[in-house]
Write a protein that binds this ligand. Structure first.
Ligand code: HEC
Ligand code: HEC
Ligand code: HEC
Ligand code: HEC
Ligand code: HEC
Length: 189
């Protein structure tokens, strides 16, 4: 009797293991084939670590909550910048009254009270004088990840790609038949 019971358990365990073996790779495969937008510009060969920010904000943590880029990054007139979020955007979740994450609330509170924008340290900078705007690129169907990499996986934002170099601008322009004469991006000749 005991033996029958044991073998039953064994079969059940085997069935469960089989189920896991077949479904886990399937799930992994689904994740792999779900539309990940590929980075198209080369990596930054220097692999710099990100600057120290006034608050240790994590894209990975927040994008895992299902938040999307436009909640925090808008493209106001004249269309050059994607801008940083207002402190009030953070406070919708981190106001001391609603937030269970005491550490986050404590760090954000002084900025919310003084109504000062958080002095985020910029990561990507194109050489001044180069003609650049996000708007033209977003309108041409370019997506954030093509130029900034897999942001949703980034614990700390860093200059992960070489998008601010002339080589990266030109390579993508040539690939997409976008204008590539010197005066597309420079004031001269
Ligand atoms: C074609 C490449 C490209 C695409 C697509 C792109 N960016 Fe950028 N991004 C840049 C470059 C280049 C800079 C540096 C710009 C500068 O120095 O003014 C930058 C800078 C930024 C900045 C810093 C603040 C600012 O506005 O300059 C933020 C934030 C940003 N990008 C977010 C985004 C988000 C969000 C998306 C998608 C909606 C996006 N970017 C799409 C190339 C790109
Ligand atoms: C939609 C709600 C929401 C918004 C908006 C939001 N957060 Fe959060 N944030 C969370 C949640 C939920 C957690 C806790 C996640 C966890 O512990 O897994 C968190 C965690 C944090 C943490 C702590 C991370 C850690 O390691 O524990 C900091 C710091 C933080 N957020 C800062 C910000 C800042 C700065 C903004 C605005 C730019 C912001 N948050 C906007 C929901 C939000
Ligand atoms: C909850 C708010 C929030 C969301 C959602 C969010 N970001 Fe950000 N993002 C920030 C904050 C705050 C910073 C400045 C701090 C930092 O660099 O980590 C930032 C910085 C950046 C930068 C660096 C800009 C620079 O050069 O200084 C890029 C690129 C960027 N975000 C892209 C994205 C993309 C792409 C998405 C969507 C996939 C996204 N962000 C979603 C809040 C957000
Ligand atoms: C991921 C691809 C990609 C990258 C990287 C990229 N661009 Fe572009 N860019 C395009 C495309 C596509 C267009 C064409 C838009 C159109 O014709 O409607 C464009 C258009 C432009 C325009 C407008 C040209 C015109 O028709 O007047 C300028 C200026 C420009 N890019 C500058 C830059 C600069 C500067 C960089 C690097 C910092 C850069 N781009 C990086 C794809 C890219
Ligand atoms: C698609 C945009 C784009 C085009 C087209 C382009 N450049 Fe550039 N160029 C850049 C960017 C971005 C930088 C800044 C690179 C950096 O900071 O590493 C730059 C920097 C330079 C520099 C060094 C810095 C400076 O401004 O003095 C020179 C020289 C230069 N480019 C020459 C040219 C010449 C010549 C052409 C035409 C054959 C050209 N570029 C076409 C985007 C472009």
């Amino acid at each position: 009797m005991n033996q029958i019971k044991e073998s039953f358990v064994l079969v059940a365990v085997q069935a469960l293991a089989l189920l896991l073996l077949t479904t886990v790779p399937l799930l992994a495969q689904q994740a792999a084939t779900s539309p990940v937008i590929q980075q198209t510009v080369p990596d930054n060969p220097l692999h710099p670590s990100g600057p120290v920010q006034p608050i240790p904000y994590s894209h990975k943590v927040h994008l895992a909550l299902g938040l999307t880029c436009p909640l925090c990054h808008t493209n106001p007139e004249p269309g050059k910048l994607m801008t940083y979020p207002a402190t009030s955007t953070c406070m919708t979740c981190h106001a001391a009254t609603v937030d269970k994450n005491k550490a986050a609330a404590q760090k954000l509170d002084p900025f919310a009270k003084s109504q000062q924008p958080i002095p985020w340290v910029r990561v990507y900078t194109v050489l001044p004088g180069v003609n650049w705007a996000h708007r033209t690129h977003l309108q041409a169907g370019m997506q954030c990840e093509m130029c900034h990499g897999q942001v949703a996986q980034m614990e700390v934002m860093s200059e992960a790609t070489s998008v601010v170099t002339m080589y990266s601008c030109l390579t993508c322009h040539v690939q997409n038949n976008a204008k590539s004469t010197c005066n597309t991006c420079h004031l001269w000749p």
